[in-house]
Design a protein around this ligand. Structure first.
Ligand code: NAP
Length: 322
C-alpha cells in the first residue's frame, strides 16, 4: 500500500517531511522491543513513512530491524522512501560527543544517514548515562554554540540530512539563530488541543523553522504524559458528534495547525485509526471550541530543574513559555 500522507518542505534544507509520523517512545524504555519492531513493520505496511526515534528510547535497534525487514519483504523499495529522525541525548550534549553519538545511532539503525538529527533537550548532563530523569547531580548547562557546531559538522558529513532541536523556547531559538551557520530545520515540541503553543508556532513560522508536534494525545501513561487530553469533555463531544475517535480529533486539530505530528501506538487497530485523518475537516465551530480549551502542558520538565542545576525553575527552563 502506498502512502497518502501529505508532506511539507523543510525550508532550510529543501527536503520533504511527511506530516504524520510514527512515535517510538514507550516508558519504561526498552520494555517492549519485539512488539515495537512488529508495530513499526505494520505501520510501514499501512503507509507510515516518517519514524521518530531517540538514543534515549532504545527504539533505534528495533526500528533498524523493521526497516531491514520492510526492504526484504518489498514493503518499500529503498530506504530513501523513509524519513528517519533520531535525537542526541543530554549526556552526549558536549561538542566532542555529538559525532560519536550520531555514529552509534546510525549503527543501531543500520543506516548510512538520518533524515533529521535533533538536540533532544536544551540541557547537557554528565557523559555516559542514557536515562530519564537525568540524575539531579548530573545536570549541566549546554554550551549551545559548540554543540550546534558539532551538529553542523554532522550535516556537512552527510550523516544528517537536516539538523534541528527539540523543546527549545523562542528565546533559546533566537540565541541559537544568532550564531548558527545552518539554522535549525525543525523544533519538535509538545502540542495538543490542551497545549496549543501558538507563540512558538508563530515564531518558528516567521524564522522558517518547521514545527513537529509530540504527545498530541497527551501521552497517557508515560512519565511525561497526562490523562487530561483523552478525558477532555469538549473533545469528547466533538468526537461523538463527528463519529470520530478522540485521537482522530486531536491529530486532525494538530494537522490543521500546519505542523507535522508524531503519534505513538503499538496497537494495530489504533495504528490504522491514527492514519485516518486526511479526508475530513473540523468545522469552524469545532475549531472555535477547541481554541477555548484551558491550556496546560502535559510535561513541565520538572526533572530538568534543580537548585544547583543550569535551570532553577520550570519558568526559567521554558523562558516563561509555561
Ligand atoms: N522530543 C521530545 O522530547 C519528545 C517527547 C515526547 C514524545 N516524543 C515523540 O513523540 C511521539 C508521540 O508522543 P507520545 O508517545 O509522547 O504521546 P502520544 O502519541 O500523544 O500518546 C501515546 C499514547 O496514546 C495511546 N494511543 C495511540 N493512539 C491511540 C488511539 N487512537 N486511541 C487511544 N489511545 C491511543 C498509546 O497507546 P497504545 O500504544 O496502546 O495505542 C500511547 O499510550 C513519541 O513516541 C516520541 O517519538 C518526543
Amino acid at each position: 500500500m502506498g502512502s497518502n500522507i501529505p508532506t511539507s518542505t523543510l525550508r532550510s534544507t529543501d527536503r520533504t517531511i511527511p506530516l504524520l509520523g510514527y512515535g517510538t517512545a514507550e516508558y519504561p524504555f526498552g520494555a517492549s522491543i519485539e512488539t515495537m519492531k512488529e508495530s513499526i513493520l505494520h505501520a510501514i505496511e499501512l503507509g507510515y513513512r516518517h519514524f521518530d526515534s531517540a538514543s534515549l528510547y532504545q527504539s533505534e535497534v528495533p526500528l533498524g530491524e523493521a526497516i531491514s525487514d520492510a526492504l526484504r519483504l518489498g514493503l518499500i523499495k529503498s530506504r530513501d522512501e523513509l524519513f528517519i529522525t533520531s535525537k542526541l541525548w543530554c549526556s552526549d550534549g558536549h561538542k566532542d560527543l555529538v559525532l560519536p553519538a550520531l555514529q552509534k545511532t546510525l549503527e543501531n539503525l543500520q543506516l548510512e544517514y538520518l533524515d533529521l538529527y535533533l538536540i533532544h533537550w536544551p540541557v547537557s548532563s554528565k557523559p555516559g548515562e542514557y536515562v530519564l530523569p537525568v540524575k539531579e547531580k548530573d545536570l549541566l548547562p549546554m554550551d549551545f554554540r559548540s554543540v550546534w557546531e558539532a551538529m553542523e559538522e554532522c550535516h556537512k558529513l552527510g550523516l544528517a540530512k537536516s539538523i534541528g532541536v527539540s523543546n527549545f523556547s523562542c528565546k533559546k531559538l533566537e540565541n541559537l539563530l544568532a550564531t548558527a551557520k545552518i539554522p535549525p530545520a525543525v523544533n519538535q515540541v509538545e502540542i495538543s488541543p490542551l497545549w496549543q503553543q501558538k507563540k512558538i508556532r508563530e515564531f518558528c513560522e516567521e524564522k522558517g523553522i518547521h514545527v513537529t508536534a509530540y504527545s498530541p494525545l497527551g501521552a497517557k501513561g508515560m512519565l511525561w504524559g497526562t490523562n487530561n487530553v483523552m478525558e477532555c469533555q469538549v473533545l469528547k463531544e466533538i468526537a461523538a458528534a463527528r463519529g470520530k475517535s478522540m485521537a482522530q480529533i486531536c491529530l486532525r486539530w494538530v494537522h490543521e495547525q500546519g505542523v507535522s505530528v508524531l503519534v505513538k501506538s503499538f496497537n494495530k487497530e489504533r495504528i490504522k485509526q491514527n492514519l485516518d485523518i486526511f479526508d475530513w475537516k473540523l468545522s469552524q465551530e469545532d475549531l472555535k471550541r477547541i481554541s477555548q480549551i484551558p491550556q496546560q502542558r502535559a510535561y513541565v520538565a520538572a526533572e530538568f530543574v534543580s537548585e544547583k542545576g543550569p535551570y532553577k525553575s520550570v519558568v526559567e527552563f521554558w523562558d516563561g513559555e509555561i
